[in-house]
Write a protein that binds this ligand. Structure first.
Ligand SMILES: Cc1cc2nc3c(=O)[nH]c(=O)nc-3n(C[C@H](O)[C@H](O)[C@H](O)COP(=O)(O)OP(=O)(O)OC[C@H]3O[C@@H](n4cnc5c(N)ncnc54)[C@H](O)[C@@H]3O)c2cc1C
Length: 143
């Protein structure tokens, strides 16, 4: 996927093959995958799927002197050497321009139920999330 692709187009492309790209945020129609990577965006499903760090398997970047850093890994498990992509994720363009990325897709969510819950304190909220996470096998979204 090229880094200038809008997030929404990436979500649609994943859907076309029966999968989902779980990162989602209000700016989906205008923000780019490169920008999401550069800001290590979390979005509305961060509790369930994690931040952009967890969604990127590999990337390619061009540094200021023109050198290309290519780390286009496709595997979930790759524990060989340094994980260079993590340096670029969240670096806000300071180390180079991200030009391509390999993204991790997820199976679609079969069904969604929404509950609006008021908690009396922050401690109660974290307790509730912990309880729901255990009860639902880690499948809680927080919006
Ligand atoms: C530190 C930070 C964290 C954020 N986290 C969240 C979040 O968790 N949830 C949320 O909803 N919104 C978040 N945002 C808002 C976020 O800016 C956008 O919604 C979106 O992720 C940015 O995409 P964009 O394409 O609009 O990037 P832009 O706003 O155009 O750029 C954002 C930054 O990324 C750099 N950048 C853009 N493209 C590339 C590229 N290809 N290679 C290298 N650098 C590039 C820019 O130079 C700039 O520093 C965050 C913003 C920042 C600054």
């Amino acid at each position: 996927m090229q880094a200038g692709a809008p997030l929404q187009r990436v979500q649609e492309a994943a859907k076309e093959v029966g999968l989902q790209f779980p990162l989602d945020l209000g700016a989906r129609g205008s923000c780019t995958i490169g920008g999401n990577i550069a800001t290590n965006a979390g979005g509305v499903r961060v509790i369930r799927y994690g931040m952009m760090r967890q969604q990127v398997l590999g990337l390619e970047a061009v540094m200021a002197d023109g050198r290309v850093v290519s780390s286009m890994n496709h595997m979930l498990k790759n524990n060989a050497g340094f994980d260079l992509k993590q340096l670029f994720i969240g670096s806000e363009g300071t180390l180079g321009i991200v030009t391509r990325a390999v993204l991790r897709l997820q199976p679609p969510t079969p069904s969604e139920q929404t509950a609006m819950v008021a908690c009396p304190s922050f401690e109660a909220l974290t307790g509730l999330l912990s309880h729901m996470g255990k009860a639902l096998g880690g499948k809680v979204h927080l919006r």
